[in-house]
Design a protein around this ligand. Sequence first.
Ligand code: ADP
Ligand code: ASP
Ligand code: MG
Length: 407
Amino acid sequence: MLIVQKYGGTSVGTKERIMAVAQRAVNTKREGNSVVLVVSAMAGETDRLIRMATEMHDAPPERELDMLLSSGERVSAALTAMAIEALGQRAVSLTGRQVGIITDSMHTKAKIEHVKAERVQLALKAGMIAVIAGFQGVTGDYSDVTTLGRGGSDLTAVAVAAALKADLCEIYTDVDGVYTADPNVVKNARKLDRICYDEMLELASLGAKVLQSRSVEFASKYEVPLVVRSSFSTEQGTLVTKEDTDMENVLVSGIACDKNQVKLTALGVPDKPGIAAIIFKAVADKGIVVDMIIQNVSADGRFADISFTVPKTDSRSALEITKSVADSLGARTVIMKDDIAKISIVGVGMRTHSGSAAKMFQTLSDNNINILMIGTSEIKISCVIEGKYSELAQRELHEAFELGKTA
Ligand code: ADP
Ligand code: ASP
Ligand code: MG
């Protein structure tokens, strides 16, 4: 079998952990498999580099950020290759550029356009373990290093697995699979044996950081067989796979929470056709992705309050641009609220069952949690609430939808 194994930051967080990763890779190889590793930067390293960058410059140039951040993965790849060699197995570390992970030029959140992987193929042919530095790519003309967004090593692993037509892509992390909720928040969260791509994609994009959402999108598109498991144990993990009929019988599969958004409200905007279009075009032109939107019209129908959420990382520029547009439209003011959380329930069963929204709202109301915004799709319901209630809401919803361990 050809197996791609990705190890996250905690899994390569110390010398000992890197040794353990090397040992697992060597064992997999000695069982007769071809092995490709993708490694993240050592735990905390990417955050440390970002802190250094912001000490140097309030808004560091994104090209330079990518140069800096990609170094974290380069360190762990080289160290892992050395550890494998120390165990008597040949290995070669490769950067994103050496692998030929070609991306667009959107620094800090580049999209993969193509994976060449010729050097990986050569290494495998020579009986070596290829150790790839995750999270990074290079622009088509090979002139600039790019990174793939936070958590992007997951995407490197899935994209390389797709390019090599690997038999399996294993994501090794610090929990032993995908749970019904973040097991570090909800103590009786239950590990799922299987989850379908659609549900996993919703959970990931709604805040469950166990997999980067773009990696799930990619896995689904190329049907990469994906398993999430722990690098600290030999427990079986969670298989992320195509949907089957069993899955539809489950109403809600999981709960996710996203605390990385802020809410902007333009108060007292004249209520006439075209106003929303003007505001959201201005925000979109800055490359800022708007998530939830709500509009309230005053009783006399003359004014509206328009609220929307954007990623925390874009809050400064979103506030600036909204203020300037709101001013020109004659709005009263713009306010920003940053202590919010978006709580979501996810399940393909919601397509065919009703009542989940009512149950979600009732549960929040029973706990005196006010809902600030609501959003729904076929397979998810999201509520924005005060940030301080996020953990309580996750636990109570988990209980209400009976997602916990049965034993
Ligand atoms: P890595 O560094 O290995 O990429 P991450 O920190 O990115 O690991 O992701 C693993 C973390 O995801 C877990 O420690 C856990 O707190 C969090 N998490 C959030 N939601 C879930 C979930 N539904 N199932 C499992 N883990 C989850
Ligand atoms: N090191 C990067 C991050 O912390 C990428 C990754 O871990 O997947 O976001
Ligand atoms: Mg991660």
